[in-house]
Ligand binder design. Structure first.
Ligand code: F6R
Ligand code: MG
Ligand code: MG
Length: 360
């Protein structure tokens, strides 16, 4: 999974269909010459999402470069000529330099040996940051009130290991659930700093991977939210697809939304255009999900995971929470706290007032 915001229509609302077309064409060509096994191009709000399968393993420069060139092409062939908003936004460097991590686009990679049948679920968020996955990933792999299999299925009973990244100091720690559950929660309850990067079953089986890019930390200033992605394998000794989805039935509060500066509910939406446009107050933060079967590295599907009336109530609740949060206007906790606001344009405003303060 590699994604980027390379420009959008009507501000940051959604992608242009030609952007998707150009990206598809680019990856189809790559598939035909054998550079990748299969692909699916979609979008989450204003982000172009490249779902790819290949046999090169994680962190392979040729795959990273392929995605980079694809985003460049979309930018040059569509975003710039149509003067789309924030054309090329997430391509922070001029040229590709070996690893796409740290260059702007978000990336989540999961290397695994296909099981007899391998359901893989892809989640893509818009107008939020990587820490947004902390709560659902915890619920999916560690909370028996969400995932019945943790209790009922002996194959899940030994629990899961979480790799947590400290995005400020750039260090990681491995924590095992259920034994170290409280330690894990002590960290990931601070989603702006500690983000879950990988989840493995106790026997080492790769279960999930999430993107961890924090654009503001790379650029040193606000350049749009990171809009993270996440890959989750399901079934047969892993949480069932329905247990994975259940974690999104609660529209929890995440950081992002307007100007990347507000807390708002994460609203699960269909990928179809009617729900996949991020409009109100540039939000509310959105998650779309696609489900596949991976068969000899081919992507069979997709299933539009949140296009189910069973999620209507979650969307209604999210709208209600959006109203409630919005009524705080410029006040915390709707607006983010000062540490997070450091990477926005607020410090410039505060600087203007500096000389006007008098000693008490
Ligand atoms: C959110 C986001 C938008 C912009 C907002 C202002 O990730 O990118 O909410 O921050 O639309 O954009 P400018 O300053 O370009 O007018
Ligand atoms: Mg945008
Ligand atoms: Mg976006």
């Amino acid at each position: 999974m590699i994604k980027a915001d390379v420009g959008s229509v009507a501000g940051h609302t959604t992608v242009h269909p030609q952007q998707i077309e150009v990206a598809r064409h680019f990856l189809e060509e790559a598939r035909q010459r054998g550079a990748i096994s299969d692909y699916h191009v979609t979008h989450a709000g204003d982000d172009v999402e490249l779902i790819m399968t290949h046999g090169m393993g994680e962190n392979h420069p040729s795959i990273h470069e392929l995605a980079w060139r694809c985003f460049k092409e979309v930018t040059e062939k569509v975003s710039r000529p149509l003067k789309l908003y924030a054309a090329g936004q997430d391509l922070l460097s001029e040229a590709f330099s070996g690893n796409i991590k740290g260059m702007g686009p978000g990336i989540a990679e999961l290397e695994f040996t296909e099981r007899q049948s391998d359901p893989v679920l892809i989640f893509m968020a818009d107008k939020t940051e990587p820490g947004a996955w902390n709560l659902p990933l915890f619920k999916i792999f560690a909370d028996p009130f969400n995932t019945a299999g943790l209790i009922i299925d002996p194959k899940l009973h030994e629990g899961f290991g979480f790799t947590v990244l400290d995005v400020i100091d750039n260090i990681t720690v491995e924590l095992k659930c259920p034994v170290e559950m409280y330690d894990l929660l002590a960290l990931i309850g601070t989603p702006a700093r500690y983000v879950i990067e990988k989840v493995r079953r106790s026997d080492g089986l790769p279960a999930a991977a999430a993107s961890t890019t924090r654009l503001s930390l790379i650029a040193g200033k606000y350049v749009g939210k990171d809009d993270p992605v996440c890959i989750i394998r399901a079934q047969y000794g892993l949480p069932a697809a329905g247990e994975v989805l259940e974690a999104f039935a609660f529209p929890h509060l995440v950081a992002g939304w307007m100007r990347g500066s507000h807390h708002g509910p994460l609203m699960p939406s269909s990928v179809n255009d009617l729900q996949n446009r991020v409009s109100r107050f540039d939000g509310p933060p959105r998650v779309v999900g696609l489900g596949f079967q991976v068969s000899d590295a081919k992507l069979i599907g997709p299933v539009d995971l949140f296009a189910d009336p069973a999620f209507d109530r979650t969307r209604e609740t999210a709208s209600l929470v959006a109203d409630y949060m919005r009524r705080h206007g410029p006040f915390m906790p709707h607006r983010l706290g000062p540490e997070e606001m450091e990477y926005t344009t607020l410090p410039e405003v505060l600087k203007k007032l500096k000389d006007r303060f008098r000693k008490v």
